[in-house]
Design a protein around this ligand. Sequence first.
Ligand code: OSB
Ligand code: MG
Length: 394
Amino acid sequence: MEPDEEDLGGRRLNDHASPTAALESLPVPKTDHVDLVTVKLPFVAPFGTSVHVWTDKEAMLMRLESGGVTAWSECVSDPDPFYFYETNSTARHIIKDFLLPLLEPGIPLGELEERFRRVRGHGMAKATIENGLLILIALQRGVPLHELLGCPAKKIMSGLSIGLKETPADLLTAVERAVARGYHRVKMKVKKGQDIDWVRAVRERFPTLRLMVDANGDYSLAETDRLRQLDAFDLMMVEQPLSYSDIYQHSLLQKEMRTAICLDESIHSLADAAAAVALGACRIINVKQGRVGGLMESMRIARYCADRGVDVWSGGMDETGIGRAVNIHLQTAEGFTLPGDTSETSVYFDEDIADPPVVLGEGGWIDIPEGPGIGVKVVPERILKRAIRWERLR
Ligand code: OSB
Ligand code: MG
């Protein structure tokens, strides 16, 4: 089957009530081969959070081959369940045993999503396939992913996520570097006992910096008084202060705090986002396309929030160049109003598996990688050098 422009019905996506209506009608392309390739890339420096310290990126990549066209996508899970319940192993299991058997060439992507709904949760596994198919379709048509998504090209805002440091001096050095580089905003990780004084130190040195904190769920409602102390620092937001599984208690906390709460871990779908907005559990949402099941659900959440005055930004999972590029394309969509965790590749990797690396341009802006699909090219030799497992599923 030869997909053509008619698949988009000659309409721009923005004409629709749903930002994904045209995408949902795209036929699932036929695939000749499907592989899962796990790569392991050392981090330039350990990445510390309240839940774990990661020293490398173990990324499970999906390779889709169709009529000589090869598309790569990235599963954003970690090998461990410390940030999110999915792991590279559960994603492999769900993809192999439950999702891939539902893939049928020619059915609309919307129907595939419907079939996927029978599998509860496991959004990162679903996103790996859905994003891979969208990238494949974009490559087959010779258009950039953002164009397939119906979004005009634009420069993307940058943001750095700074992990927990050993000393306040180390933290200040990292923030200084981010400011010198021109990042649009800086996020610092916090945890119980490594919070108020550390934020104060950064704020005193950088009085006007667009600054935010991320606790990865380290606090409970009993620590409301401590969290309220953050109100003194003019932060853009505090990300996921309470439990990874909570929405309701965040609504109670938000009533007690001036600083906007942003939910990350708690939001797995449009329905979660709607619940959080209705409850007033947050004023901002961090959309990670993998965590919510892929690009289409991400666009729906962003549109839903835009209609209700809730800001949205794209989170990151310290992805390789593949996932990093996907996040960049996603941010061309309506509703992504704030700088995300979209940083230069060199923050994490000396040598990535894709080229070119993400770099900040003039004024801290990021250009969308040029070319069809995600734009960046996966370098086969680097995949081979970094691969720790290669499994052909079809
Ligand atoms: O909580 O946003 C988070 C990385 C891994 C797991 C969770 C988180 C993060 C980040 C880094 O903050 C984001 C990035 O630079 O990709
Ligand atoms: Mg977070």
